[in-house]
Design a protein around this ligand. Structure first.
Ligand SMILES: [Zn+2]
Ligand SMILES: [Zn+2]
Length: 70
């Protein structure tokens, strides 16, 4: 029986682009709790988010009329 010996480190993958990253390259979105890498980062003010929709959602407060398209 062959054993699957290749176990990738979990929790080190960008949930946006699927890229394997170093811990220092990853951040967690404060809005949706996704992990994102420095290539997927969206900056709004002094904060960082996984995407523009998250940054805007946080920035504009609780407008629950926002629908993501696409
Ligand atoms: Zn990424
Ligand atoms: Zn997010």
């Amino acid at each position: 029986m062959e054993r699957d010996d290749e176990e990738g480190p979990e929790g080190l993958v960008c949930e946006k682009c699927g890229r394997l990253c170093e811990p220092a390259e990853l951040d967690t979105c404060t809005v949706c709790r996704k992990r994102f890498c420095l290539y997927c980062v969206y900056r709004a003010g002094s904060r960082t988010y996984c995407s523009r929709s998250c940054g805007d959602a946080f920035f504009f407060g609780d407008e629950d009329d926002v629908e993501g398209e696409g």
